[in-house]
Design a protein around this ligand. Structure first.
Ligand SMILES: Cc1cc2nc3c(=O)[nH]c(=O)nc-3n(C[C@H](O)[C@H](O)[C@H](O)COP(=O)(O)O)c2cc1C
Length: 263
């Protein structure tokens, strides 16, 4: 009888100790690997910026990617004012531009707004400031403008990068780096063939309205991109987020001011 009790006690002790040891190991691994995960995420984002800009070549080393990415300046844009954010307003909002995260910011009611009732891209909240990357020539002319975009796909949020040429009108490329769409259907946003339609397209019409649209069975209109076959819902999500981010409530006013030389 007593040996039975002993063995139950022992079993429980071993099980609990094992649980404790495992949870400590998992926690230590999670905390210890966080910097590596963050570095890999940053590398992935940088790679996608370069991919969208058509600058990523096969077999490029981590260092080469970093070197190319360093040609871009990270800047924050005040979306409602359509201009670069000033140091004062960032300071007032408690934002460190080098540590700014658009996703975290969009959840902070102090520096974001709700889009409830008028949310075509399905993003729910929009941060007041958005990160953009600029590459400039030695003469200070904008050469490439990198615009992060996001919006709802069929299965969840899709995060991508749209790059404009120095004329701020012509598309250099589009790349999605995070999404939950189905391989072979919505995930075809990653396919080179589909992405090849974007470079050279006009992002804006002469009157400044958004020219890009993603439609099933594209016509000849400038800016029309053929949708993804068998994935109309993802196609619609891409169409809506592109129009939202290039439009009045996205980067539209900022790009217009930059074109007019007042950005
Ligand atoms: C398991 C499963 C996964 C799907 N994944 C996607 C997807 O990622 N994107 C999408 O637009 N449609 C997806 N669909 C298909 C949609 O339900 C819908 O049929 C499709 O978007 C219609 O596109 P079509 O008019 O081009 O055929 C999926 C369907 C199933 C059954």
């Amino acid at each position: 009888m007593s040996s039975k009790q002993d063995s139950t006690k022992k079993t429980l002790t071993v099980a609990l100790t094992l649980c404790l040891v495992c949870s400590v190991l998992v926690s230590v691994a999670a905390v210890g690997l966080k910097p590596l995960q963050d570095a890999n995420k940053a590398l992935d984002r940088n790679k996608n910026v370069l991919a969208a800009a058509g600058l990523l070549k096969p077999e490029q080393s981590r260092e080469e990617i970093q070197q190319l990415f360093e040609e871009f300046d990270l800047r924050l844009v005040n979306l409602s004012e359509g201009r670069f954010a000033t140091e004062e307003e960032l300071q007032q909002a408690g934002i460190d531009p080098n540590n700014y995260n658009d996703r975290t910011a969009s959840r902070d009611p102090e520096i974001s707004r709700s889009l409830r009732g008028n949310d075509p891209a399905g993003i729910q909240r929009q941060a007041d400031f958005a990160t953009v990357y600029l590459r400039q020539t030695d003469g200070g002319q904008t050469d490439l403008l990198v615009l992060p975009i996001h919006g709802a796909g069929l299965w969840g949020a899709m995060y991508g990068i749209l790059v404009l040429e120095g004329d701020l009108r012509t598309v250099r490329g589009l790349s999605y780096y995070e999404h939950k769409e189905t391989p072979g259907l919505g995930a075809k946003v990653e396919n080179d063939d589909w992405r090849a339609q974007w470079p050279g397209q006009a992002a804006f019409n002469d009157d400044g309205s958004v020219a890009l649209s993603v439609v099933k069975g594209r016509g000849d209109a400038p800016g029309e991109i053929d949708g993804l076959s068998g994935a109309t819902l993802t196609t619609n999500g891409v169409d809506r987020m592109i129009r939202f981010w290039l439009g009045e409530r996205g980067y539209g006013p900022f790009i217009a001011q930059l074109q007019a030389g007042k950005g």
